[in-house]
Design a protein around this ligand. Structure first.
Ligand SMILES: NC(=O)c1ccc[n+]([C@@H]2O[C@H](COP(=O)([O-])OP(=O)(O)OC[C@H]3O[C@@H](n4cnc5c(N)ncnc54)[C@H](OP(=O)(O)O)[C@@H]3O)[C@@H](O)[C@H]2O)c1
Length: 264
């Protein structure tokens, strides 16, 4: 019997690497992608050695058309792909109007264009085989506005609407969709340059954080349970509930106080 096959974007650290480790433990063959080749090669070597699974490494910058094309080509040449995890992503901080739009365009490309194109590449074979799944890694910010993170909140909201809409279209095909909406998670996310000025780990209380392993484990468990929404952790569920019911406007006002243009 051949192993299942999964592709994870952004598997060089954090939630993506946790998915890779847990899937390999379940004897799932993998393709892991990202830009940091050393991280990817080291994770691949660890998983091949430990779990005797196939691990393809694909170095691809999803900001570029070539990078997305490279991953699409891998998907099309591996029709047995049964799980696609669109996980690659990054954050920015600060007032939208104070930054040039270039970084935001890159975010839209990684979070939206890449996820849409890779899903489009994967679905036809999954539908033909009447099995498979796509997990889109969004955020609790998918359910609410967030001053200081306007484009981030917008791209994650796109993933929310996109994933839910596809789940309706794919009913009766045997292909599952999941929107994974984590809250604060320990990973490399908050170590990136945009977050270097404030230490988010000091500012955000400990009880609000989860481990990447727990996030990935909850997602895979909820996929088995056919849940469209996976919101790991009780606190994040409450935040998402508040967002969906409109209550999060209160929380958003706190952020809006911190992130607003000075008055003249
Ligand atoms: N950490 C949190 O608090 C949190 C909360 C909610 C949602 N999320 C979401 O969870 C997902 C995973 O993030 P994480 O927390 O695990 O952070 P992370 O450790 O920084 O991982 C992000 C992954 O995305 C990849 N990536 C970023 N830009 C890329 C690009 N241009 N091309 C290809 N790959 C790219 C990175 O790979 P390379 O650097 O090797 O390219 C890395 O593997 C993201 O979508 C994020 O928005 C995170």
């Amino acid at each position: 019997m051949t192993n299942e096959l999964a592709l994870i974007t952004g598997a060089s650290s954090g939630i993506g690497a946790a998915f890779a480790r847990q899937l390999a433990e379940r004897k799932v063959d993998l393709c892991i992608t990202g830009r940091r080749v050393e991280n990817l090669e080291s994770i691949a070597a660890e998983l091949r050695e430990k779990h005797k699974v196939r691990v393809d490494v694909l170095v691809a910058d999803l900001v570029t058309n070539d990078g997305i094309g490279k991953v699409e080509a891998w998907i099309r040449s591996n029709p047995s792909l049964s799980l696609l995890i669109n996980n690659a992503g990054f954050g920015t901080r600060g007032l939208f109007a104070n930054k040039p739009s270039g970084k935001y365009q890159e975010m839209i490309t990684v979070h939206i264009t890449a996820a849409m194109r890779l899903t489009s590449a994967a679905l036809p074979e999954m539908i033909k085989a009447q099995r498979g799944a796509v997990i889109n890694v969004s955020s609790v910010t998918a359910f609410m506005p967030l001053a200081g993170n306007a484009v981030y909140a917008g791209t994650k909201s796109f993933l929310n609407a996109f994933t839910q809409s596809l789940s309706f279209e794919l009913k009766n095909t045997g292909v599952k969709m999941q929107l994974l909406a984590p809250g604060f998670t320990y990973s490399d996310f908050h170590k990136r340059p945009d977050y270097s000025k404030t230490n988010t780990y000091d500012v955000i209380p400990k009880f609000m954080w989860m481990n990447a392993d727990d996030v990935a484990r909850t997602s895979l468990r909820d996929l088995e349970r056919n849940k469209l929404f996976c919101i790991p952790g009780t606190l994040n569920k409450l935040i998402a509930f508040a967002g969906r019911s409109g209550l999060a406007a209160l929380g958003s006002k706190v952020m809006a106080r911190r992130y607003k243009m000075p008055s003249k």
